[in-house]
Write a protein that binds this ligand. Sequence first.
Ligand SMILES: Cc1ncc(COP(=O)(O)O)c(C=O)c1O
Length: 398
Amino acid sequence: MDGEPHDVPISSREHAQSLDAQDPLSHLKEQFLIPSKGQLKAESLQAASRDSASADGHDSENSIYLVYLCGNSLGPQPKLVATRLQQHLNTWSSQGVFGHFKALNQSPLPTWLDADAKASESIAPIVGAHPDEVAVMQTLTANLHFLMSAFYKPDITKRHKIILETKAFPSDHFVVETQIRHHNLNPETSMITISPPTPETPLTTDHIISILDANANDTALLLLPGIQFYTGQFLNIPLITAHARSLGIFTLWDLAHAVGNVPLQLHDWDVDAAVWCTYKYLNSGPGTIGGLFAFKNHLFKILTPSDPEQRGAQLSLQLVPGLLHVVMRELVLRSVVVDERQPDVVRVAPAPLFNSFEDCWVFVDAFAQAIEIAVKAKENGDDGKKQGIEGGELEMTS
Ligand SMILES: Cc1ncc(COP(=O)(O)O)c(C=O)c1O
């Protein structure tokens, strides 16, 4: 290939320089504020400020920039941050409350009303998700609590254990212990930790799977890191998630060290849920906002077109697999009759000749309760099939 150095050893500095010369990303370095050696030595904010330090004229160390290899801890500051923050402040000071919805010409900023949606659109390709599967919000730890509040519903007689690594990040450990205690359970009996065969060896997928298999009957949730913070090991996210799901275990991934570091395809990998922070490889600044992912199939899907011109009275609702039988049973128990199309679809048809608006309200209310009960039953390994027609199933032929 042209420009390829043929005569320099691969371990030489020249070889590294020639790779830099060909690197299509090398210009991006210019977009970051990398601290200088002089700045790092500074004892005051004034001395640390780039402008005042270089104004001294005699501090040659200010021109020596650090080889900053700590993106795994705190990414350096992008130059654009100060510009964008100032633009936000200008919008606030000049527009007041109108900043919520007035789009200014030549502004790169979304209106505040659209900021959430814009943030989801921006993060979605980075984690390989659909924008409606992600939220940019809170901190990693708070998001872990949110997701566990939604998906960890332990039953001491059935599934109640959480599995995590022995060397999990300390705050992840605290979250798990807090959640277990919140449900009046004891971490000594409801928390399982996975240790590598020796402290120095990485975890193997086989070892993780063997722990899952050994605890398959009473484990509700698995919490693992995408990339282990201590060893840097990248775990096999799709394979482990799929195995855990086959055992009825919900998997949550801590992607603090994976987001912006390795390619992620959370949707295509069928990941249940994940959380991350943005101050490491995404360079958002200390303590800034985190993110979360919940797989679309854990949300409720409407097959019927949303445009009223493209539908009649019928709504076809596709459920998460394994909920249909319990949902049908619970609807009949609440005196609501709809029909089903196996394996996962409920059809609801409020006909104008004999249904009222109140009937629709009753359905929505009953459906919400039925779904909640069905999700809980599924977590406990009950898909409602045993109850059959007596439980309320109506398999129509049309
Ligand atoms: C692997 C891992 N998990 C969790 C956290 C905690 O994140 P936060 O304090 O932003 O909630 C960190 C922070 O560095 C981390 O590295």
